[in-house]
Design a protein around this ligand. Structure first.
Ligand code: MF3
Ligand code: CO
Ligand code: CO
Length: 251
């Protein structure tokens, strides 16, 4: 299997789906407040997508039961929305993936509930910088590994660790395509980036140790092994002639 280079029709479809994913994420973020159950946010996400002609890619994906992932505090990723009520001081990642006319768009961001600690705010800020630093490595001719190399360098320089057990991925025609986008790769490693590639960059940055452990009961929820905070941002990007278009960025 090789990295799929998308044609113009596919790019237009992935762009539309990605814009809807971005709009869904913005809408979901507006629902975050103390006392709200994460399953209520998830239900609103599903309705928003369906009202706009899309379906949630996660629903039923490898048995995953919900329309989004909502990962709170020490949850790294794949948090399953449920009866938990958000409370002041929580930090959370909401991750949404749309399927619109068969095309996929995948994005996530951090949100905060009321006032949060400076410690949490700094982690979120640096994690967003890591995503932006990764995006800056997206230009034709560069090697894929430089994305993860620069992300890891920035995280470590700030005293954080980078999750290596989950990666970004090609996306667009399927949910998870080649290539795997490591967030800790070696400099000048991996395939050469080419115009027409679409993939996600989605660094998960931990305040403490990098290791993840999966919840034994639900088989999905990935938490930090030391219980410390984790943050994540994700965009779907398109390699262009000269650089990159962030497909899941709203204008
Ligand atoms: N959206 C996640 C990603 O960025 C994947 C979630 S898969 C699920 O790749 F099954 F957990 F929903
Ligand atoms: Co993704
Ligand atoms: Co995602």
């Amino acid at each position: 299997m090789a990295i799929l280079i998308k044609n113009q029709e596919q790019i237009d479809g992935i762009r539309k789906s990605s814009k809807l994913a971005a709009a869904t994420l913005q809408y979901a973020g507006g629902l975050v407040k103390p006392g709200v159950k994460t399953e209520d946010i998830d239900r609103s996400i599903e309705k928003f997508m369906r009202d706009h002609g899309a379906i949630p890619a996660t629903l039923g994906y490898k048995g995953y039961p919900k329309s989004s992932c909502i990962s709170i505090n020490d949850v790294i990723c794949h948090g399953i929305p449920g009866p938990y009520e958000l409370k002041e001081g929580d930090i959370l990642n909401i991750d949404v993936t749309t399927i619109l006319n068969g095309y996929y768009g995948d994005t996530s961001a951090m949100f905060t509930v009321g006032a949060v600690s400076e410690y949490a705010k700094k982690l979120i800020h640096v994690t967003k910088e890591c995503l932006d630093i990764g995006i800056a490595q997206c230009f034709p001719g560069n090697q894929l590994g430089n994305i993860g190399f620069e992300i890891n360098r920035h995280a470590v320089a700030n005293g954080y660790s980078v999750v290596y057990e989950f990666c970004g991925h090609g996306v667009g025609v399927k949910f998870h395509e080649e290539p795997e986008v490591s967030h800790i790769a070696a400099k000048n490693s991996g395939p050469v980036l080419k115009k027409g590639m679409t993939f996600t960059i989605e660094p998960m940055i931990n305040a403490g140790k990098a290791r993840a452990k999966i919840d034994r009961k639900d088989g999905w929820t990935a938490r930090t092994i030391d219980g410390k905070l984790s943050a994540q941002f994700e965009h779907t990007v398109l390699l262009t002639d000269t650089g990159v278009e962030v497909l899941t960025q709203l204008p």
